[in-house]
Design a protein around this ligand. Structure first.
Ligand code: CAA
Length: 257
């Protein structure tokens, strides 16, 4: 059904998306990004899916936006037919998303990984924003999300000098949650996704929304936002079930309502 990605539903509750332009190191062409957006929207609308994993292959998560597709574009083209508009679809997705990263994770690839909620890496993962080598700067959050994640100094080195972080450095600088050997990193990402998918779905989605608001709002506003979501969850059947199950010393049975 797709040409540049592969999708799979993995029991219980995980939607897996593999970027699939291996010869181009999964360069993020407009066509690939359109497919990725469509797959994300489909999984997000599927109540059986409680978490999504985006991955590439061992050699590359993604080596960035497709340079060949934009080499001849002018500024007016980039404004009128802004490819980044389509990329932003990922930020509308309420289902938790894990990036399972191996190999090159550069430019738009790094920005895509940072647009996910959690990054799990293989030992060979390498993160960078090398746009400066092309005479441009990152255009999909690489100066913003990266700075939130790793701090100003490292972000400056990456954006201005093209510094690439290996997996250990990326974990040290809080870009990555976990590092696993090449053989197991995807399984571990899927395990973590399954663990999230096993939680009360509305609480997981609201937890994601609330944490993300920490980057948008000042503390007092963020605390109010969190409180409203917290209060709203008391309108759910799953809150009643979760607390009753705790009191009755049994496992909760979530209905997503
Ligand atoms: N766009 C288009 N094609 C790409 C690509 C990209 N971002 N990255 C790699 N490819 C292609 C190469 O052109 C090559 O294709 P051909 O075989 O047809 O020549 C193929 O993938 C394999 O790449 P290499 O031969 O270069 O592989 P390597 O192992 O020698 O080097 C690499 C790997 C260091 C990742 C190198 O490919 C590279 O530097 N790629 C570009 C990385 C980059 O600059 N990314 C930022 C893009 S701009 C961006 O993302 C903007 C934004 O913020 C939204």
């Amino acid at each position: 059904m797709y040409d540049f990605i592969k999708t799979e539903f993995i029991e219980p509750g995980v939607g897996l998306i593999r970027l699939n332009r291996p010869k181009e190191l999964n360069a993020l062409s407009p066509e690939l990004m359109a497919e990725l957006g469509a797959a994300l929207v489909d999984f997000d609308a599927d109540e059986a899916v409680g978490a999504i994993v985006i991955t590439g292959n061992e050699r590359a998560f993604a080596a960035g936006a497709d340079i060949k597709a934009m080499a001849n574009a002018g500024a007016i083209d980039m404004i009128l037919d802004d490819p980044i508009d389509d990329w932003s679809q990922i930020h509308q997705i309420t289902t938790p998303i894990i990036a399972a990263v191996s190999g090159h994770c550069l430019g738009g690839g790094c920005e895509l990984a940072m647009s996910c909620d959690i990054i799990v890496a293989s030992e060979s993962a390498r993160f960078g924003q090398p746009e400066i080598n092309l005479g441009i700067i990152p255009g999909f959050g690489g100066t913003q999300r990266l700075t939130h994640a790793v701090g100003k100094g490292i972000a400056m080195e990456m954006v201005l000098a093209g510094r690439v972080l290996d997996a250990e450095e990326a974990r040290h600088h809080d870009l990555v949650n976990h590092i696993y050997p090449l053989e197991t990193y995807l399984d571990e990402a899927l395990k973590l996704a399954a663990k999230i998918a096993a939680q009360a779905p509305l609480a997981a989605r609201m937890g994601k929304e609330a944490v993300n608001q920490a980057f948008e709002l000042r503390l007092a506003q963020g605390l109010t936002y969190e409180r409203r979501l917290f209060q709203m969850l008391f309108a759910t059947t799953d809150q009643k079930e979760g607390m009753a199950a705790f009191i009755e010393k049994r496992k909760p049975l979530w209905t997503g309502r």
